[in-house]
Design a protein around this ligand. Sequence first.
Ligand code: ATP
Ligand code: MG
Length: 559
Amino acid sequence: MAETPRPDPKRDPHEDLRIAESQISAILTIAADAIISLDQRFRITLFNEGATAVFGYTPDEIIGHPLERLIPERFRAIHPSHVADFDAASVAARKMGERQEIFALRKDGTEFAAEASIAKHQVGGKKIYMVVLRDVTERKRTEAALALANTELEKRIAARTRDLEAEIRRREETQAALIQSQRMEAFGQLTGGVAHDFNNLLTIVTGNLELLATEIRDESASTYLKRATDAADMGAALTKRLLTFARRRRLTPQVVDVNELVLGLTEMLKRSLGEPITLTTILAGKLWRTRADPSELENAILNLALNARDAMPSGGQLVIETRNVSTSETAGPPVLAAGDYVLVCATDTGEGMAPDVLEKAFEPFFTTKEQGRGTGLGLSTIYGFAEQSGGHATITSAPSMGTTVSLYLPRADAAGEPVPAAGPSEPVPLSENAETVLVVEDNPDVRELTLQRVEGLGYVVQEAENGPDAIRFLKANEHVDLVLSDIMMMGGMSGYDLARWIKTEMPHIRVVLTTGYAAEEAQQDPAGLVDAPILYKPYARADLATTLHTALHASASPV
Ligand SMILES: Nc1ncnc2c1ncn2[C@@H]1O[C@H](COP(=O)(O)OP(=O)(O)OP(=O)(O)O)[C@@H](O)[C@H]1O
Ligand SMILES: [Mg+2]
């Protein structure tokens, strides 16, 4: 700002005043901002054209009125204290933007955001206030729109970056998986060729040994012959595994219910794992069936359990899980064709694998176990079996983080694939009269699975979540022949309690109890009143079938 020129004593002071007046009047006319003057009682004494444009009042309408008119109702109460603050302050003026933004009121009653400067001065002992006010509504709107556009843009950039990163990762994974599968393919070719020739040779050796056996009577010669035959048999077993890896074994795929297969194996698995390892199964309800060679699948699961045992010398946990998985271009192992698969995973809490071990684990003859303990063919046969079945196998593992081996097996009951009504072929007693079984279980997954298994045996199934729920169901006069209930249930009523209630209230209904606890740990029926048969989880299909059948056909009520 230029300094006010000092009065020149030679000049006419009236003329200076006229010049100043006309300058001020021009400023008031051309200023786009509202310029308002107030007397010391805050009455409006000057209202320029800018003010008319901003507020909508003509000077005639507003001059002489209190400033209050231009302040929204909700700020009127606080306004005097702002004025008092400014009056008390030593500064003579406050410039725009120095104070927080304010809100002003137009003639039409609408509010708008504004910025204001204020100056006070004293003339002849009276205070005069000058206010310059600017409507910043438009600027605020633009700022807000800009901020929104900016955050939108940032969000879009972040999302795009994430997509790109995911895509890069995906490509790297696909590349690595492809290289791995090509390597396995090459190994397969090589191993397959050798194994095939070897098998022919072994067939000749065994055949001739058999012929020789019919000729030889001499006892010591028979011993030599036996040793040779045993060695040839071992060789044959080895070549069989090699051929499996090379996908040249003749497999006999069948439609398999993997849950039943796993349940049928649990006893044997527990025995092979030994005491310090706990085995848990998490089996999906409504699991699709797969088409695979059941005995090879059993072998695979057994081999996984043995690997887990070796990785947990001082104990741990092995979890075998089944699940339905639909893979697509972007979900699931990159080399696996998109489609529906039954997934079987074995997860242990063992020592895990270092990256260099992980990379080679599927290769035939790769083992980190001491001589005589491992042949290094376990995982390679599993790999070959999964591939030949139209599926895939993967390992996730890190040192001291445990290991998960996943087997993807193709879904069998997808469109067009006929599914046999019954599960595995072993003969089990099925329902004779389509009796009704009420399944009482509080874990929804286990309940779903149990319902499916009981239904698979030819029974009509009903379900209840807990004891009180079951009693309500039975009291509603629903026809039930047998109640299959878990012992440990939430909700304060155990399977024993339920069994006792049935014994007194509805003695014609048979009861079978199940429990996940070992016999010794299962809380005994405190009153000793219930002698219902107990199925210990996990139980095989045959056990379930026999127990239900026996309970229903025993002459006296078993409860
Ligand atoms: N669950 C696991 N935890 C940690 N390492 C494992 C696990 N499973 C396999 N491995 C590693 O992978 C190697 C190869 O396993 P694979 O089952 O093919 O052969 P093996 O167990 O050594 O011998 P075989 O199974 O023929 O008796 C193992 O020697 C071990 O180093
Ligand atoms: Mg092994």
